[in-house]
Design a protein around this ligand. Structure first.
Ligand SMILES: Nc1ncnc2c1ncn2[C@@H]1O[C@H](COP(=O)(O)OP(=O)(O)OP(=O)(O)O)[C@@H](O)[C@H]1O
Length: 257
């Protein structure tokens, strides 16, 4: 079997150390992520889903254990350095975009991330055809809003833009943190469909937190369930294909169906 591109090795995060409230909010977690994995992440409120993403993204320091990228220890790598290989889309439509800049300018900023030069009008024009093409793959008429400041977009358009910004430079790992949860059911379903198309087409490696059992079952090749800071289930490929909602519900008790 090929080597994982990213790995958590016996990772522990302890909070309130030395007090009666001391607890491991990540409790000896081992996780190997392989290129092309699309992992849906389920768990009750407080199970540790955001904690897992904060550890992968570097926002949360681990108390013990190791984090490896292509076998190399990156446990102490900063958030900023991790953005070179990792992108994250949040639930809140206000996060991640610069509100006074237009859709096209935000896309250019993401495309040129890390470069100081080349954000002028000429560069914008040069990239417009690509931006038209990729926004057409998104729902909610985002392709009609390329010159609109992002502060004037609907929540659905803004989430679609955040998704494009996160994927325009093809991250090695994409973290989707309930990115459709704040949207109405139809808009959410449309963005989820577009998300899946893009992940499959570009063969992205992705982890997606969701509270929707149907989405967790329909999308991806792998499903993990978190419980009290541990991975309680890790179901892959053929086993995931045959997993039913009824069976999944037996994995935990208090999640919304
Ligand atoms: N910095 C922190 N200090 C203390 N406790 C924390 C900290 N961060 C998270 N926790 C606790 O760790 C547990 C896991 O929280 P986390 O946010 O990862 O859960 P979650 O699965 O994302 O939940 P939700 O579905 O509600 O978003 C919770 O009990 C939370 O209160």
């Amino acid at each position: 079997m090929s080597e994982p591109i990213f790995e958590l090795k016996d990772v522990v995060v302890t909070v309130n150390q030395g007090t009666p409230e001391e607890i491991n909010i990540m409790d000896h977690v081992n996780l190997k992520i392989y290129a092309g994995d699309f992992i849906t992440v389920l768990g009750s409120n407080g199970a540790g889903k955001s904690t897992l993403f904060n550890i992968i993204g570097g926002d949360l320091k681990v108390t013990s254990g190791e984090i490896l990228l292509h076998g190399k220890d990156i446990t102490n790598m900063s958030v900023e350095h991790r953005t070179r290989f990792l992108s994250r889309v949040f639930q809140d439509p206000k996060m991640g975009t610069a509100p006074r800049m237009t859709v096209a300018e935000n896309l250019l900023l993401s495309k040129k991330r890390g470069q100081v030069r080349g954000l002028g009008a000429r560069r914008l024009k040069q990239n417009m055809a690509e931006f038209e093409e990729i926004t057409k793959t998104m729902p909610n008429g985002l392709d009609q809003r390329l010159n609109t400041p992002t502060g004037d977009l609907s929540g659905g358009q803004r989430q679609a833009l955040s998704f494009l910004m996160a994927t325009i430079k093809r991250p090695e790992i994409l973290l989707l943190d309930e990115h459709t949860a704040a949207l109405d059911p139809q808009t959410s379903a449309e963005l989820m469909h577009a998300t899946n198309m893009r992940i499959n087409k570009d063969q992205l490696t992705c982890l997606m937190i969701t509270h929707h059992l149907e989405d967790a079952l329909s999308y991806g090749n792998r499903l993990i369930v978190l419980d009290h800071g541990k991975i309680s289930y890790d179901v892959k490929d053929g086993d995931k294909d045959t997993l039913t909602k009824e069976k999944l519900l037996t994995f935990f008790n208090d999640i919304d169906g």
